[in-house]
Design a protein around this ligand. Structure first.
Ligand code: NDP
Length: 487
């Protein structure tokens, strides 16, 4: 496959089409076209589904121990190719190499490894009922769909594929148009590891291709990562054939810093919770509530560390810790949020502008931005920006800050920094969020379930429950006595 062209990946191989349309993929750090990718058309879509049906039948018939061995091998291959895969993620997303080289591929491999082992725990149940008995089987759903966002292309594909495949399903994955390569690389690795053809097919294209998947009655489930509004559209479409859905959506998460917090740790947490992956992380804690007594010292240290420790530039430079935003359109969107925040009276303390590093003048960079004097009702504090924009708010009463933190339709994540162990748990237990951190922010080991409360999602990825979500329970009643029939 020439590196300048990317095809759909169907039935264990790249699948070029003489007629399907092409789209260009931009390197966000340079603004230049990196390569072109072929979208799926009707014929490729049909091929992907038919191949997945065939692959699924073969895969589900294999013993769990064989599936587990193959998925473990894929995890090992991911780790062996870590640097090459991380470089692809950097080029497609604009994120810093210093993150991608240690997080993106490794956490994807963790998911494959974890579910490869967890698969062995997938078993049924049996119980006597008088002389009769019943037993249950956890059967695969069949062909399922994964639809991914652009911020962690390879990791998202791994997190969806790992539980789906080990449970005996096949997956047709639609990557984001902005980052189509990560999922293709995973598909190649699955093939190399021995996953049968068709078990993991990748189709490319925009929303219309996603809709083909969500509306197709041959797809049993959709696991979606993306915006809340898109998630609602996907659920509406999935309802037409009553598919089950897993929804990993957006957030506007609160990070609460109490007066007894370790200041340096709290500032580190707030910076991670806003500037990691240049702000493009769904769980980011973008409403930072700081206790009034700690506020002056917090802001002073925060601004000092931004001024001295932030390096915006070539994402492949290991020293860079802030990369480029995904696209020009997204950069414009983030800048319009910044302008609106200023008009609404928030005080800009740093950043607030696009950046044009030497050699990357046309990249889509935005400087890490901090606003203080924010109010809960500002657009800045209500809507997900998905860029490096932190809103700092103050509080002095525990119950009041909990109420304010919960006053949102989102419920993805939340964080608390305090040295008071009872307060930490008391507050976290009252926060309406699915993923919470105490004196930490952003850690997401594969053992820990992740997903949102309220409009931030449905279902969970990772952890034990993600596996059963890719199965359906069959109950089998076994009669041991002659039937007692009134007829
Ligand atoms: P979008 O919702 O715009 O897109 C997500 C995916 O859905 C893309 O592959 C997109 O295709 C596709 N799509 C768009 N419209 C439809 C449709 N009607 N039917 C089916 N598929 C469709 O999200 P972004 O890619 O912009 O990602 C950013 C969002 O993702 C943020 O809100 C972020 O919070 C959320 N997110 C949530 C995570 C979580 O785990 N909770 C993790 C990461 C991100 P295309 O891109 O080609 O148009």
């Amino acid at each position: 496959m020439p590196s300048s062209e990317l095809y759909n990946y169907i039935h264990g191989q790249p699948m070029p089409s003489p007629s399907a349309p092409w789209f260009e993929v931009i390197n966000p750090a340079t603004g230049a076209t990196a390569y072109r990718a072929q979208s799926a058309d009707d014929a490729l879509f049909e091929q992907a589904i038919t191949s997945a049906q065939q692959g699924q039948a073969e895969w589900a018939a294999m013993p769990m121990v064989a599936r587990s061995r193959i998925i473990s091998r894929a995890a090992q291959l991911l780790r062996e190719h870590n640097d090459a895969l991380a470089a692809i993620e950097v080029e497609d997303t604009g994120k810093p190499w210093q993150e991608a080289s240690v997080v993106d591929v490794a956490t994807g491999a963790d998911a494959l490894e974890y579910f490869a082992h967890l698969g062995q725990s997938l078993r049924g149940d049996q119980q006597p009922v008088g002389d009769d008995f019943y037993y249950t089987r956890q059967e695969p759903l069949g062909v399922v769909a994964g639809i991914g966002a652009w911020n962690y292309p390879l990791q998202i594909a791994c997190w969806k594929a790992a539980p789906a495949l080990i449970a005996g399903n096949a997956m047709v994955f639609k990557a984001s148009e902005e980052t189509p390569r990560g999922a293709i690389k995973l598909a190649e690795i699955f093939t190399q590891a021995g996953v049968p053809n068709g078990v993991f097919n990748v189709i490319q294209g925009a929303a219309d291709i996603g809709r083909r998947l969500t509306t197709d009655p041959r797809i049993a489930k959709v696991s979606f990562t993306g915006e809340v509004s898109t998630g609602k559209a996907v659920m509406r479409d999935a309802a037409g054939s009553l598919k089950s859905v897993t929804m990993e959506l957006g957030g506007k998460s609160p990070l609460i810093i109490f007066d007894d917090a370790d200041l340096e740790q709290a500032v580190s947490g707030a910076m991670l919770a806003n500037f990691y992956t240049q702000g493009e992380v769904c769980t980011h804690g973008t409403r930072v509530y700081v206790h009034e007594s700690l506020y002056p010292a917090f802001v002073e240290q925060l601004l000092h560390r931004i001024q001295h420790n932030v390096v915006v530039g070539d994402p492949m430079d290991p020293g860079t810790n802030i990369g480029a935003l995904i696209s020009k359109a997204h950069q414009d969107k983030v800048m319009s949020y910044i302008r609106q925040a200023q008009q609404d009276g928030a005080v800009l303390r740093c950043g607030g502008q696009t950046v044009h590093p030497e050699g990357f003048e046309n990249g889509y960079y935005v400087a890490p931005t901090v606003f203080t004097d924010c109010r809960d009702d500002m657009q800045l504090c209500r809507e997900e920006i998905f860029g490096p924009v932190m809103a700092v708010l103050t509080f002095n009463d525990e119950q009041d800050v909990i109420r304010r933190a919960n006053d949102t339709d989102y419920g993805l994540a939340a964080g608390v920094f305090t040295r008071d162990i009872q307060r930490a748990h008391r507050v976290i237990h009252q926060l309406q969020a699915g993923i919470c951190w105490i004196n930490a922010y952003g850690n997401s080991p594969v053992e820990m379930p992740v997903g949102g409360y309220k409009q931030s999602g449905l279902g969970r990825e990772n952890g034990v429950e993600a596996l059963t979500a890719y199965t359906q329970t069959k109950s089998v009643y076994v009669g041991m006595q002659p039937i007692d029939s009134p007829f």
